[in-house]
Design a protein around this ligand. Structure first.
Ligand code: SF4
Length: 534
């Protein structure tokens, strides 16, 4: 399969070097493709960012820059962390040279999907000369065409007319419900129960691993535009997974000796200060709690990319690292599951210092990210990321496929192309970086890896295997699917050489219909439903 053969056939991502509006008003207004008047604006912003500090400056907390005066933002006590939210969005996107109608469309998208970023990302990671095409800009800023055009137009009209917030909220809710807010059956299939009581804020999908969503960790230092957990961050309490009941987690783990690993996740648990983080971690390592079978604690985080100061200059950085050391001293593995989307996130010296300090505690850093169209759909980007990570002492772990939620149509890379990118990147790294797995789909039945594209008995097929599975007996199972150059997700695939995939129930199995919509397959006969074995 060549890259050309596997060119995506889904919705095109619009990469603009200046919109038609901007081109029409180019001239001497600013750089090529900018709208009238933006030259002054851009000049202002460039002056600001260049005069302030080079990318990767170690201490974000010193002083207040011109841009921070222009775009006032919330400030976390003592951290020097400055957050930008939807109320700053219009001012910030002006800096990318977007004309008014596109800025309005961006605001419309941000009524449905969450937006948040911070001054470190804005001032040290984004290349504003390349915005709006810059990958880090696209990583955090909503794009005008991330949602169906009719929805964006409707919301933009409502904003333009100054409709009351309640009307906008209702329209946004209706659109969100169409975006599969909890993919892979997260709310329906994963929450465990204890003595018949459901445990919200916990997920137990794979035998060995329990996920814990601490209430105070359900936000991030910045939000990724492609986020698969976007439902955690919007104003929809019914969609959120969270708990602050660590006692219940301990009780559940005591009853489940098969669990060896706890993943504390979010959002981003490292948004929590050390005092709160300790409240969740200490009970897991306290010998009085009888959790000897817990061999590892994982922290799913993007703080290394979005706010590395968390481990270097924040007031509780040292205490946090001491806590990491206590986990190691308890005889457990502490894994920081670091999300890096682009090689530029690895450049700042403050990140190198954060990595060094974390590794000094004995914790390991494993790296992962989804493959995202227009942000990192390039073998060179992954090769560079994996090589740099190994050089810094991190362990490449996963390349994920963008999940079937939110703006998936906008960011998805077809599986065939994703496999090409993975393979080309993999060919250019040493064995030390070949710890990475992928491209992997975190789907309803488990983690499914695309191992290749080949021909068997004259039929072009995908070769796949299950890295993880709800049904432990399926872990490691290989299987085939008919090749489809446009397929972006497991549910786009059809079995070949068999009448079903290994994780599907036998045909003609009749079951109750409490779990509709899990599989795209229609019943063969009226009254027969196919559901996964769970
Ligand atoms: S860091 Fe993770 S949870 Fe947070 S916005 Fe990005 S993808 Fe979502």
């Amino acid at each position: 399969m060549t890259e050309a053969e596997s060119e995506p056939s889904r919705l095109p991502v619009r990469i603009k070097r200046g919109s038609s509006f901007a081109r029409a008003y180019g001239g001497n207004a600013g750089r090529r493709g900018e709208p009238l008047g933006s030259g002054c604006l851009r000049g202002y912003f460039l002056r600001v960012s260049r005069a302030y500090r080079p990318r990767g400056a170690p201490n974000e907390g010193e002083g207040v820059t011109d841009i921070q005066q222009a775009v006032p933002s919330a400030r976390s006590a003592g951290r020097g962390f400055r957050a930008y939210s939807a109320k700053h969005l219009d001012t910030l996107v002006q800096r990318a040279g977007l004309p008014p109608e596109e800025r309005l469309a961006v605001r419309a998208v941000a009524t449905v999907l969450p937006f948040r970023t911070n001054s470190y990302v804005v001032e040290h990671l984004i290349d504003w000369d390349a915005a709006p095409d810059d990958p880090i800009y696209r990583l955090v800023f909503p794009q005008p065409d991330m949602l169906p055009e009719a929805d964006v137009r409707r919301l933009a009209d409502m904003i333009d007319r100054g409709e009351p917030a309640a009307g906008l909220r209702a329209a946004a809710h209706e659109i969100r419900m169409r975006l599969n807010p909890h993919p892979a059956g997260q709310l329906l299939l994963n929450p465990p129960s204890l003595q018949g009581r459901p445990l919200p804020g916990l997920q137990h999908k794979y035998q060995e691993t329990v996920l814990f969503f601490p209430r105070q960790g359900q936000t991030c230092h910045a939000y990724c535009s492609y986020c698969f957990r976007w439902a955690q961050f919007v104003d929809e309490p019914d969609l959120k997974m969270a708990t602050d009941d660590i006692g219940t987690l301990v009780a559940y783990l005591r009853e489940h000796p098969e669990v060896t690993s706890v993943l504390i996740t979010g959002g981003d648990p490292l948004i929590m200060g050390e005092v709160v983080l300790r409240r969740y971690i200490e009970p897991l390592i306290d010998p009085r709690n009888g959790l000897d079978h817990i061999e590892s604690i994982r922290l799913g985080t993007k703080s290394l990319a979005y706010w590395p100061q968390r481990f270097v200059t924040d007031p509780d950085a040292d205490d946090t690292l001491r806590l990491f050391g206590e986990v190691i001293a308890s005889g457990r593995n502490l894994a920081v599951m670091a999300h890096f989307s682009h090689p530029r996130e690895l450049e700042p010296p403050v990140l190198a210092e954060a990595v060094r300090r974390i590794r000094d505690t004995g914790a390991v850093i494993r790296t992962q990210a989804p493959l995202i169209r227009s942000i990192n759909d390039d073998p060179a980007a992954w090769r560079q990321m994996w090589r740099t990570q190994v050089r810094m002492g991190m362990i490449p772990y996963y390349m994920f496929v963008e999940r079937d939620t939110g703006p998936q149509d906008y960011f998805a890379v077809p599986l065939a192309r994703g496999y090409d990118i993975f393979r080309q990147a993999y060919q250019g790294v040493s064995g030390l970086a070949r710890t990475v797995r992928g491209p992997s789909m975190s789907a309803t039945p488990g983690k499914v890896c695309v191992d290749g594209v080949t021909e068997v008995a004259g039929i072009k097929v995908f070769v796949l295997h299950m890295i993880q599975a709800r049904d432990p007996s399926l872990v490691g199972s290989p299987f085939f699917a008919r090749f489809d150059p446009a397929a972006c997700w497991l549910t786009d695939l059809e079995p070949v050489f068999a009448d079903r995939f290994p994780f599907e129930p036998a045909r003609y199995e009749t079951v109750p219909d409490e779990l509709p919509g899990l599989w795209p397959s229609e019943p063969d006969e009226p009254g027969e439903l196919m559901v996964p074995a769970i």
